[in-house]
Design a protein around this ligand. Structure first.
Ligand SMILES: Cc1ncc(C[n+]2csc(CCOP(=O)(O)OP(=O)(O)O)c2C)c(N)n1
Length: 647
């Protein structure tokens, strides 16, 4: 058991041999145990160097070793769910020396990625996809006559997602040869919620029941009438407590629960199950953070960690302590508590993202008005719709990227019925190291086209609070989207003030060019506007848009520049262009936003500059456009090639 993260590489003779081409398939059980120890130590060391997901990987060290020992990977397919637990898999599959580059520009992705390795069979980042994808692969192998094993590894958090249940039901019917391994650590990011979690807990508790059952079976079989009666009663009881009933009912052959850290037992069981026909289900119990005391004691805090910064040598000058800025999620969380105090009808809903969405305090203070629905985005929205039908005022806190999962529920269940649901849409825009699976790149595009929606994009923390209040008081569906991390540090007024929906604010008056900024890009836009002496508008609302402001801006400037951290395609800028065209107002428009490509993991600032959304790139793009349309020679500024590409 380790209690410190090593800061220098541990000794890893077996792991290094595997990294250099040796196979885990040839190792003895004793060697596999040693390999697991080396893998755990190296994982601790490398995540300490790079930061990243932590607890989940530590929990699947033995499973990862066992899978690569038993199966002929990459020919056999291991499909990991979510993918945040795959650092051990990456280390074992030729990427040990690149682990220091984890989640950095040009380095390894934090999730499985098909273009990164043949061992990464399916790209992932969102949860609950593994059983569907693995089933697809199993059927593809069968149809093409390929002899191949397919294994999906899914956590007890991810299996609460509707897709996973849909896939289990389909597999039970179709009966492909595949294995689903349930990695049950009784944790999602936070403590797991919902009926399924309780079910797994019950299964674990039934080890005693199993022992009892075997003993009474032997006894009762001696008396046939008693045995018949007991069997009938047992069928009834099984539905309540027996291990695997749910999965057996769905058509799987269930084995478990086993201790997922007991490597010999795991290897033995997988070997036995390997050639079984039809859909198989193996339930293992593991501990998130296994082998590292602080993570075992605080699995929520150690879900992911920052890299360990080397302490500077020698005495350090005393630093004046500066109060740290609140993150947007904290601004949301604080508003939610304040609003809940004022309005008893408010209920808060999260699909398994209590900590990330800043709802810990709300959950503590308003326990009976707080709903963590597990990883069930679709259900979260329709639940809110039902509540709104009958007198409650639900606030759904959801990441932009995960709201994609519940698009039909947004349209069909909420907007179509014009229901009073407020959305706090977090992680809108570029998210940095989690990369393209997690960017909030599309919400403006996919929401803007839905009738009845009101959409706000605050440019700072105070505007965020006031917009959330305004959205909550608005009697229909309203979404406020804000980014990951901290804002510019605006003073947040305690007082809640209603904003005028659809009204923008001009923050700078200039000439020739008007920059129409949607959201926190306003800060970068200000620097560019100063440099170019451009007019700058904080547009605030994406829908309804401030038509009067657009009319004036078009009348008084040669060029309108729309700016947003959302895909240009269909985004807020498109809304501006559509309205101007509908009014037959001819004006030159430049749209700046996310390009039509997926932006890889990197530091947020690097991603912003890649997308041409920092102040320098914005100024370059505007000068280039003016030069092109007016033929005016403008001072030359050296631009990186990738920025010019986006102009
Ligand atoms: C659709 C979706 N919603 C939310 C998340 C955020 N998320 C990442 S990991 C995780 C918990 C997964 O729990 P589990 O599957 O049990 O894996 P563990 O971390 O316990 O190993 C959640 C909710 C996600 N990745 N995808």
């Amino acid at each position: 058991m380790l209690s410190d993260i090593p800061v220098s590489p541990p000794s890893t003779p077996l792991l290094t041999a595997i990294d250099q081409g040796a196979s885990a398939r040839d190792l003895t059980i004793e060697q596999l145990k040693q390999l697991s120890e080396e893998l755990r130590a190296y994982l601790l060391y490398s995540v300490g160097q790079s930061g990243g997901h932590f607890g989940a990987g530590l929990g699947v060290v033995e499973l990862t070793v066992a899978l690569h020992h038993i199966y002929n990977t990459p020919h056999d397919r291991i499909v990991w769910d979510v993918g945040h637990q795959t650092y051990p898999h990456k280390i074992l599959t030729g990427r040990m020396q690149q682990m220091h580059s984890m989640r950095q520009a040009g380095g390894l992705a934090g999730f499985p990625k098909r273009s990164e390795s043949v061992y990464d069979t399916f790209g992932v980042g969102h949860s609950s996809t593994s059983i569907s994808a693995a089933m697809g692969m199993a059927l593809a192998a069968e149809k093409q006559g390929i002899e191949r094993k397919v294994i999906a590894v899914i956590g007890d958090g991810a299996i609460t997602g509707g897709m996973a249940i849909e896939a289990l039901a389909h597999a039970g019917h179709e009966r492909p040869n595949m294995l689903v391994i349930l990695n049950d650590n009784q944790m999602s990011i936070g403590h797991n919620k919902g009926g399924l979690a309780t079910y797994f807990a019950k299964i674990w508790a039934t080890k005693t029941y199993l022992g009892m059952r075997e003993r009474s079976k032997r006894l009762l079989q001696r008396f046939s009438f008693l045995w018949e009666w007991a069997k009938r009663t047992e069928e009834h009881m099984k539905g309540m407590v027996a291990p695997g009933t749910l999965f057996e009912e769905l058509g799987f052959h269930y084995i478990g629960p086993l201790d997922g850290h007991d490597l010999p037992q795991l290897v033995h069981t997988l070997e036995n199950m390997k050639d079984l026909e039809g859909p198989q289900f193996l339930h293992i119990r593991t501990m998130k953070g296994k082998g590292f005391t602080p993570a075992e004691e605080d699995p929520v805090g150690y879900h992911a960690i920052n890299k360990i910064e080397a302490k500077p040598k020698g005495p350090q000058p005393a630093q004046a302590s500066r109060p740290s800025l609140p993150r947007y999620q904290d601004v949301f969380g604080r508003w939610l508590c304040d609003m809940a105090e004022r309005d008893k009808r408010l209920v808060g809903i999260t699909p398994a993202m209590c900590e990330g969405s800043g709802m810990v305090e709300f959950a503590r203070r308003f326990t009976d008005r707080y709903y963590d629905v597990a990883i069930a985005e679709q259900h979260a929205l329709t639940l809110a719709a039902g509540m709104a039908c009958d007198g409650l005022k639900p606030v759904v806190a959801i990441y932009s990227t995960f709201l994609q999962r519940a698009y039909d529920q947004l349209i069909h269940d909420i907007a179509l019925q014009n229901l009073d649901v407020t959305f706090g849409i977090d992680r809108a825009g570029l998210v940095g190291q989690d990369g393209p699976t997690h960017h909030g790149a599309f919400d403006l595009s996919y929401m803007r086209c839905i009738p009845n929606m009101v959409i706000g994009a605050p440019s700072d923390e105070n505007e965020c609070r006031q917009m959330l209040y305004t959205a909550f008081e608005y009697p229909g569906p309203a979404a406020i989207r804000y980014p990951r991390g901290t804002g510019p540090g605006a003073i947040i007024a305690e007082q809640m003030t209603l904003l005028q929906i659809g009204r923008a604010v001009q923050v700078r008056s200039g000439e020739r060019v008007a920059i129409l900024a949607f959201g926190p890009v306003l800060k970068e836009a200000m620097a560019a506007a100063e440099q170019l002496n451009a007019t700058l508008v904080d547009m605030r609302w994406v829908k309804p848009i401030d038509e009067e402001m657009l009319r004036q801006a078009a009348a008084g400037h040669e060029l309108l520049v729309t700016l947003e951290e959302n895909a240009v395609a269909g985004g807020a800028g498109s809304g501006v262009a559509e309205w101007l065209a509908s009014q037959d107002i001819p004006v030159d428009i430049l749209h700046l936003g996310l390009p039509d490509e997926f932006i890889d993991h990197a530091e947020p600032a690097q991603q912003r500059s890649q997308a041409g959304l920092d102040s320098r790139a914005i100024a370059i793009a505007i000068r280039a456009r003016l030069a092109h349309t007016t033929g005016t020679e403008l001072p030359v500024i050296q631009a990186p090639a990738d920025i010019l590409k986006t102009i």
